[in-house]
Design a protein around this ligand. Structure first.
Ligand SMILES: O=C1C[C@@](O)(C(=O)O)C[C@@H](O)[C@@H]1O
Length: 825
């Protein structure tokens, strides 16, 4: 039997339509989505004006209601039909019209139509209109003409305004209070783009092509070991932990719908949105058939209700939908028909005395059935009183191996009083819990935590303790050892991380060739110098021309996945991979800090980078990735700045020509006309130069003046300040200061003063924030595990404070010695 036809797998380039109530955030999301997918944004209002030569209001006033309504619907249909591919289409009020809804229903057979859903109270609050209740009632119809749903979460914790939310709990660095917290727009952007990546099925592929060692590039089922953190809806509704407490507790979350509160669908949509926003891990969506603690349902009610809940999961674009294949065939088929891009986990559960043994032919038949149905993963679990004897498991494995490929990955386990045991070598998506969440509704209440499971892998010698480093000519100040070590302790990995001062490639080589070398963060003078010696580089590192993370390649085959899955294992490695987390950390910090008024407009926005080393290269690349096409570079040594500018202009020229050629081949929108010849990085030779004419003053400034020179001598601390004329942006901007020794550099002090006396719209991102972000990403690349972000940020600031304190004490002691000496003398 062939798998049921997937009715929601649309062409990769099919236009995406956004519908929803006024005030739901369609325009902003549309803008973000178009930027992310590099598509054209079509807005209904603008389209109407272009088609009729007047605004809707004008048309209504001139032609009256009846003619307007006719025209409106004609234009609406035309807008859909003439923009079938390559667009994000934002629908306005027309989608409240029934004829338009019919058109949308038809369109949704071949296109994603996303209902943008926002809490009713928020919309009522935002619209403040007399007809708001009516609008909200009408909005319900949007569900029926859409095939996806995005819950535009209102999260009060993201609404602290700039100036109060920068402090990391328990720390007291001088910049707390000046820095930005994550803006609500940033969070929405991250969630929405992740959602779009699932709708368009481009997420993992893109990540894999760009940086194969990043955690998002290898889905959990293709890793050597992965853990699914179980979170029950019944628990989440009333949880006593913070979301951050769940960070790094699993490689993905299994959301189990085991509770039916009032307004169930909205509750579920909200929880999916929260998991996406707060934890950023893939979601497995599971609907429990007979939840403990809920009323019994008739067979019919079960069928109808569960089908709807399952389909809601698909509409929400969850990464994985868990489907019990022992349920009614029509339910299974229906879900499979609507699966879209969500991966399907086909389940077979066996409970108690009836638990079919692994030896039983039915287990193999079950697997084959899931394979025939096109499941992406098969999950077979036995709840029994004892584990299966080893020889039965061997036999099961052999029989499984004889099934013809392609075989979906198998998650198989016995669950007994002894916990979860897997009969297979591959331990993927093993269920785990948070240590502090007891839940008697859970059949797997006694399962282990990710921490203990990982610890066990090392104790069983399946993984090896390794040594990691930060290497460079002066690393004594580095906060990386403290941050990484705290993260290893948190996730249950017995690795070590230390700073080793070295400045020659020979010495670096000696360290890296050890069998227990796990990876290194690199700093000056290696970031550029190591490039020719790498076997593999991420796409970003190649573009930047510098790396700051070095990993050994220990795969036994040529397949990159094999290298990726050999992390946390010792052994000889003669070849290395290089990646760059400097640029992505700067990008994350910029995004977090940019105010909506300063959102990048490629033709207008300008950025300034100070410096010309590896970090300045990363900063330029971050600006390019943000869409900025007017980047200025200042460096004390002019020739080095010119070299870096030439590198990026050349790179941009080459990639633009390549994209233009590809556009002709695949029809995807490439760079704008003339982009190939554009100079995107320009050098400003002197601080006494006026800001270049015809360009806006910069709204993004990144200072990469190092605190140490490449050959290890301590330089005078970063001393750059902006010529005042360059600080003229009427909308303020963001200054990222990478130096943190001291934290209050002259530039930071200057911006504080500007902020206090001239324009409050300037925001500073300090070096500690960026360096913590770098460690987070480096940890993930090096170990393949999600990082405990909050912990790393806390350790970063606390360690910095301790270092400051130690230095103060040392200075005092030195002064004392001098004074004592003077007295003796
Ligand atoms: O610049 C930095 C910071 C760093 O040197 C550290 O000490 O943590 C580590 C480098 O990889 C990174 O590029």
């Amino acid at each position: 039997m062939a798998p049921p036809k997937n009715e929601r797998a649309f062409e990769a380039n099919a236009s995406i339509v956004l519908v929803g109530c006024r005030g739901a955030g369609k325009r902003t999301l549309g803008f973000m989505g178009a930027l992310h997918l590099r598509r054209r944004l079509v807005t209904e209002d603008h389209y109407f004006e272009k088609a009729t030569g007047m605004s809707r209001g004008q048309y209504l006033a001139r032609h009256g209601r009846a003619l307007f309504a006719r025209q409106d619907i004609e234009v609406f249909k035309h807008m859909l039909d003439s923009n079938m591919t390559g667009c994000v289409i934002e629908c306005g009020m027309s989608s409240l019209n029934e004829e338009a809804q019919d058109a949308l229903r038809e369109y949704s057979k071949s296109h994603p139509v996303v209902y943008i859903h926002r809490e009713k109270e928020q919309i009522a609050h935002l619209l403040d209109a007399a007809d708001v209740q009516e609008l909200l009632r009408a909005d319900e119809k949007h569900r029926s003409c859409s095939n996806f749903e995005y819950y535009n979460l209102f999260d009060p914790s993201n609404h602290a305004t700039t100036g109060t939310s920068g402090s990391v709990s328990g720390t007291n660095t001088p910049l707390n209070g000046l820095q930005p917290g994550p803006s609500k727009l940033l969070s929405a952007r991250e969630d929405f783009t992740r959602f779009l990546d699932i709708v368009t099925a481009r997420g993992a592929t893109k990540a894999w092509l760009e940086s194969p060692f990043s955690v998002s590039s290898v889905p959990p089922e293709f890793r050597s070991y992965s853990y699914a953190l179980r979170l029950r809806l019944s628990y989440l509704m009333d949880m006593d932990l913070e979301w951050e407490d769940f960070e790094a507790r699993g490689d993905c979350v299994e959301l189990i719908i085991d509770h039916w509160p009032d307004d169930l669908y909205n509750v579920i949509a909200r929880q999916v949105a929260l998991i996406r926003r707060k934890l950023g891990v893939p979601i497995i969506y599971h609907v429990e058939e007979n939840p403990r603690g809920e009323r019994r349902r008739t067979v019919e009610e079960k069928y109808d209700m569960d089908t709807e809940i399952l389909e809601l999961g698909l509409r929400l674009g969850v990464d994985y939908l868990s489907l019990d294949l022992q349920r009614e065939e029509s339910l299974v088929t229906r879900v499979l028909r609507h699966r879209g891009r969500s991966k399907i986990i086909g389940n077979f559960w066996y409970m108690g005395i009836g638990a079919v043994s692994w030896q039983d032919e039915r287990q193999i038949e079950n697997y084959k059935r899931a394979q025939r149905l096109g499941c992406d993963i098969v999950r077979m679990a036995r709840f029994c009183s004892n584990d299966s004897p080893a020889e039965l498991l061997e036999d099961f494995k052999k029989r499984l191996a004889s099934i013809p490929d392609p075989k979906p990955p198998l998650v198989a386990y016995d669950f007994s009083v002894l916990g979860v045991r897997t009969p297979l070598q591959s331990r993927i998506l093993s269920p785990v819990k948070h240590p502090d969440t007891e839940n008697e509704r859970d059949h797997l209440a006694t399962i282990s935590t990710a921490y203990h499971s990982y610890e066990l892998l090392f104790r069983q010698f399946l993984l090896d303790p390794l040594q990691f480093y930060v290497l460079g000519s002066n690393v004594s100040y580095s906060l990386s050892p403290a941050m990484h070590t705290a993260a290893y302790d948190f996730v249950g990995m017995p690795h070590t991380f230390q700073g080793v001062t070295c400045s020659t490639l020979d010495r670096l080589n000696q360290i890296c060739l050890s069998d227990s070398f796990g990876g290194a963060s690199l700093t000056a003078p290696f970031k550029v110098a190591i490039m020719p010696h790498l076997k593999l580089k991420s796409h970003h590192a190649t573009a930047i021309g510098a790396v700051n993370v070095l990993l050994p390649l220990r795969g036994k085959t040529f397949a990159i996945l094999d290298h990726v899955n050999s992390r946390n294992k010792a052994g000889p490695a003669r070849e290395f991979f290089g990646d760059n987390t400097d640029w992505s950390s700067i990008l994350t910090c910029l995004r977090r800090a940019i105010s909506p008024r300063n959102f990048v407009q490629p033709s207008k926005t300008t950025g300034l980078v100070v410096g010309a080393g590896g970090m300045a290269r990363a900063a330029i690349y971050a600006l390019i990735q943000l869409g900025c096409r007017n980047i200025f570079l200042y460096n004390r040594t002019l020739s080095r700045a010119e070299e870096v500018a030439a590198h990026f202009n050349q790179w941009f020229h080459e990639t633009s020509s390549h994209n233009i050629n590809n556009k002709q081949a695949n029809g995807s929108p490439g760079p704008q006309k003339g982009a190939a010849n554009q100079e995107i990085v320009r050098v400003i030779p002197s601080l006494s130069d006026p800001w270049p004419r015809n360009f806006q003053p910069p709204t993004m400034v990144i200072s990469c003046v190092p605190a140490t020179s490449p050959d290890g001598d301590l330089c005078p601390p970063a001393d750059f300040v902006m010529p005042l004329e360059w600080l003229n942006s009427p909308t303020g901007g963001v200054v990222v200061e990478l130096a943190y020794e001291p934290l209050l550099t002259p530039l930071v002090v200057q911006i504080q003063a500007v902020r206090d006396h001239v324009s409050p719209s300037w925001v500073v991102v300090d070096g500690l924030e960026v360096v913590a972000e770098m460690a987070i990403e480096a940890f993930e690349l090096m170990t393949g595990r999600m990082a405990p972000k909050r912990l790393i940020k806390e350790v970063c600031r606390k360690t910095w404070e301790q270092q400051q304190e130690q230095r103060r004490q040392q200075q005092q002691q030195q002064q004392q010695v001098v004074q004592d000496g003077e007295m003796v003398y």
